[in-house]
Write a protein that binds this ligand. Sequence first.
Ligand code: NAP
Ligand code: G4F
Length: 326
Amino acid sequence: MKQKTALITGVTGQDGSYLAEYLLSLDYKVIGMVRRTSTINFDRIKHIQSHVNLELAQGDLLDQSSMMEIVREHQPDEVYNLAAQSFVPTSWTQPVLTGEFTAIGVTRLLEAIRHVKPDSRFYQASSSEMFGKVQEVPQRETTPFYPRSPYGVAKVYGHWITVNYRESYNLFACSGILFNHESPRRGLEFVTHKVTHAAAKIKLGLQKELHLGNLDSQRDWGFAGDYVRAMWLMLQQAKPDDYVISTNETHTVRELCAVAFARVGLNFEDHVVIDPKFQRPAEVDLLIGDPAKAGSILGWEPQVHFRQLIEMMVDADLADLREPRR
Ligand code: NAP
Ligand code: G4F
């Protein structure tokens, strides 16, 4: 059988690195799109960088011709659009840039596919942030969107342009509405990794306090390694569709702190300081997703649950701090 080629935008990010590993394990040729930076930023993919089936190609979601050129040169069977400005607080300080990357960037890539390789299968990284001020509990594919940040608004645009290109041009375009997913490769600014890293540092005597914002918000947190399998499964179906990917469990930031600090034998209340600097102009109070459609059609279900995930992250942080990986 002919080897399949997949293009991943955002390959240097958390999800891109897990998806690249997964597709390489399935014997895909993987083209990882990277943007030009003055110093290289390949920490999350350095362990696979010399893999014979991985090739990195320069491109930027802001640049239409680079998108066209990558699709023309590599003729991908599957395209996974994971690149975005993905940090919600930055979307208030850089709303226009967030719209350019996270919203219009999707159209640039879809245009490249439509003009150059319309039979490519396309995956869009949509987000539970689109549900924002939730209109239904739990959230499912049919729940109306009510985004609460410029990031959430940009993701709603990316979601609907994906649906629109499917309906207008008959592209095989899918949107995965993924709830929060984490791992030891998560950026340190996101709350799970901020907390697990701080718990490990405090345990080792390298830090005393942890400054956080809203401890009451609730999230449906899963493991990134599980979620990239769902992305792939969506593109293997007979017809394109949209799916919620989540664990169907929700936990507060306070519970996250309790589990992380308990893992190192500490009480989070002795170390956590509430700092208004980390509170948001508008909050998403409660997310919990219903992944029933993904379960019945894709046969997907999460393998790693909340406590296991947070303990895995604390253990990885402790190991890294004791002996940094090279
Ligand atoms: P991440 O770790 O922040 O990675 C984002 C990636 O996008 C990085 O590789 C980054 O490259 C790249 N990128 C940013 N702007 C770009 C541009 N203009 N051109 C090309 N590449 C650009 O994000 P993640 O957690 O892996 O998430 C992957 C996707 O899923 C994102 O679209 C995110 O919004 C979405 N999502 C994430 C979650 C979650 O909980 N993780 C949930 C729902 C949806 P650099 O390395 O050069 O910065
Ligand atoms: O970890 P967070 O920054 O993730 P958030 O905003 O839920 O967004 C993540 O998940 C989305 C999926 O729903 C993705 F689309 C998005 O790209 C990103 O991956 O914050 C989680 C919660 C929020 O309620 C926040 O207010 O934690 C609360 N929080 C409390 N203190 C904090 C902090 N968040 C951060 N980042 N830092 C704090 O100090």
